[in-house]
Ligand binder design. Structure first.
Ligand code: ZN
Length: 141
């Protein structure tokens, strides 16, 4: 049996600015300039008012864990070496949610509502993945 080795995102053209920014260590989301709604995932028009007046803005990179799952077993894939890993939905301060991984702690220590901040994982020269790590207590304001 061959094990898939593809670990890279498939990029929709409207999401290219997001991936260009992660390579620069920035987490970008979209904002509708008509109704001020923050938007993620990247889209061509606002899901609230259907305006096409959308701009890219930088996220604070801070948020909380909305939900998560610890993956202990996987079908044969390129992700086997990462087991166990945490797949999570993080709610950013800007109100949007992002599917991501929680890193930098024991998977057993992840909890809902846990404060997290973005960290960037450069997997090659083309892709840098935004992941999230627990906010260290001394840096909580
Ligand atoms: Zn709008």
């Amino acid at each position: 049996m061959s094990i898939p080795q593809i670990r890279k995102p498939i990029v929709n053209p409207c999401a290219q600015p997001f991936w260009d920014a992660t390579r620069q260590g920035k987490l970008m989301i979209q904002k509708c300039t008509d109704c001020q709604t923050n938007i993620f995932y990247p889209r061509l028009f606002c899901p609230n008012c259907h305006s096409e007046a959308i701009e890219w803005v930088e996220s604070s990179g801070r948020g909380t864990v909305y939900s998560y799952s610890v993956v202990h077993n996987n079908a044969p894939s390129a992700f086997i070496p990462d087991l166990p890993y945490v797949v999570a939905i993080v709610r950013l301060e800007e109100g949007v949610q992002m599917c991501t991984n929680i890193v930098g702690c024991d998977p057993c220590d992840v909890q809902c509502d846990m404060p997290v901040e973005v960290t960037f994982d450069a997997i090659d020269e083309e892709f840098t993945l935004p992941k999230f790590k627990p906010v260290q207590s001394e840096s909580i304001q």
